[in-house]
Design a protein around this ligand. Structure first.
Ligand code: FMN
Length: 406
């Protein structure tokens, strides 16, 4: 049997039936009042049939006043509890784990869909022409920080009650948790800023609050940046320290990624051709991380061929293989690997020729979101779909939500 098909037991005792995880992909497929839709729930039913060990949802927001995208799902109370239960039911009886990814966008929140934008500090995003879509954030007050920490815990508990089998903190890609970690976006001089010990306080308190609310035997993981790849930003060494801090606290699964909106290293648009060909963007980092933590490691970004996945697992550098974009075009991906039907899973990069949009994923992300929505509607993915349709689709969502923003 291939190693990738073997089961894996997490420190909490939860068993993943194999080593394949669908990493979080924002589906942007909730209602405009931020409830899960039937289409969204169906997409997960489709993915669950493909038997991956773990399905991580697209980021679910913990505050309806802070959205990353117009149609994010928000969990801040029991308003959408029935829909959340139906969502969790998609994996019932399959052995597949379903974890929500919990997020707060902080300063990476579009001005058109958010009234007030908050972040650790008032540091504007530097994204060239795209910066206009954002607004400089208001620094969070002490009580607001604790409110958000509580929200992460509440959301995790509600989702556990709904039947989700674990959860993941989104600590990567330049969102709020990652903003606290980075000295570029966090210039505070109180207990939340300055030395790493202070910058890491937010993620630590978020983890502790979730753990308090879900109990000791429930899997809690994190997705964290190996670095934000910006001069003066969150470094690899600092990332390793945070991994150690969270390992001591008892985290169950550490997913490694990298990049921010300003430097989107998580998708290949901004990576060297040699790295793309080698696959596994953050492999060097994970090799180092393996030496400093005995907690399970999940690596996401660039995996396309079963051979590279198997080699990565065989070397013991990591425990779980994370894939995102390939899951949109090959929903049966895990089962296809076990049945030896496919050996490679291509995931194209659609563009429209407007450089700043193409580079920041302004076309690629909605293109993959559209593929997820096709799955949820019972249709086949459309690898030849033009990038322009995806771009127009994302504009439409922004337009509608801007009319009904809080
Ligand atoms: C449409 C889309 C939405 C994404 N949304 C999220 C998200 O909500 N949370 C997250 O941690 N990463 C998100 N990502 C990043 C992926 O999880 C993953 O890190 C990245 O796509 C690289 O993996 P891949 O090469 O297997 O696609 C998203 C990626 C795409 C394409």
């Amino acid at each position: 049997m291939k190693r990738i098909a073997s089961s894996y037991t997490l420190p909490s005792g939860a068993v993943l039936i194999n080593r394949i995880a669908k990493s979080a992909m924002s589906e942007n497929c909730g209602t405009y009042s931020n409830a899960p839709t039937k289409t969204l729930i169906n997409a997960y039913a489709v993915w669950a049939k493909g038997n991956p060990g773990l399905l991580i949802t697209g980021n679910i927001m913990v505050d309806s006043k802070a959205l990353g995208e117009p149609r994010n799902v928000v969990v801040e109370d029991y308003t959408h509890f029935e829909q959340l239960k139906q969502w969790a039911k998609t994996v019932e009886g399959t052995g597949v784990h379903l974890w929500p990814q919990l997020n707060h966008p902080g300063r990476q929140a579009f001005a058109s869909i958010n009234k007030k934008i908050v972040a650790p500090s008032a540091v504007p995003l530097k994204m060239g022409g795209a910066s206009k879509m954002f607004r400089t954030a208001t620094p969070l007050a002490e009580d607001e920080i604790w409110d958000i920490i509580k929200r992460f815990g509440n959301a995790a508990r509600i989702l556990k009650e709904a039947g989700f089998t674990g959860c993941q903190i989104h600590g990567a890609h330049g969102y709020l948790v990652s903003q606290f970690l980075s000295p570029i976006s966090n210039t505070r001089d109180d207990q939340w800023g300055g030395p790493l010990e202070n910058r890491a306080r937010f993620v630590l308190e978020v983890y502790r609050e979730i753990r308090k609310q879900v109990g000791p035997d429930y899997p809690v993981g994190i997705k964290i940046n190996s670095a934000d790849f910006q001069r003066g930003g969150f470094t690899e060494e600092e990332s390793m320290e945070v991994v150690q801090i969270l390992s001591r606290e008892g985290i169950d699964l550490i997913e490694i990624s990298g990049g921010t909106y300003e430097k989107p290293a998580m998708v290949k648009g901004s990576r060297k051709q040699s790295t793309i060909e080698r696959e596994a963007y953050f492999l060097d980092y994970i090799e180092k991380a393996r030496k400093i933590t005995d907690k399970p490691l999940l690596l996401t970004g660039g995996f396309r061929s079963v051979k590279v996945m198997e080699e990565a697992l065989a070397g013991g550098k990591l425990d779980i293989i994370g894939l995102a974009r390939p899951f949109c075009l090959y929903p049966n991906l895990a089962q296809d690997i076990f049945d030896e039907k496919e050996t490679r899973f291509e995931a194209p990069t659609p563009t429209i020729g407007i450089d700043f949009l193409d580079k920041m994923g302004g076309v690629e992300l909605p293109w993959y979101e559209l593929q997820i929505q096709l799955l949820g509607k019972g249709k086949q993915p459309r690898p030849n779909l033009g990038g322009i349709w995806a771009f127009l689709f994302s504009l439409r969502g922004m337009f509608f939500k801007s009319f009904i923003k809080n």
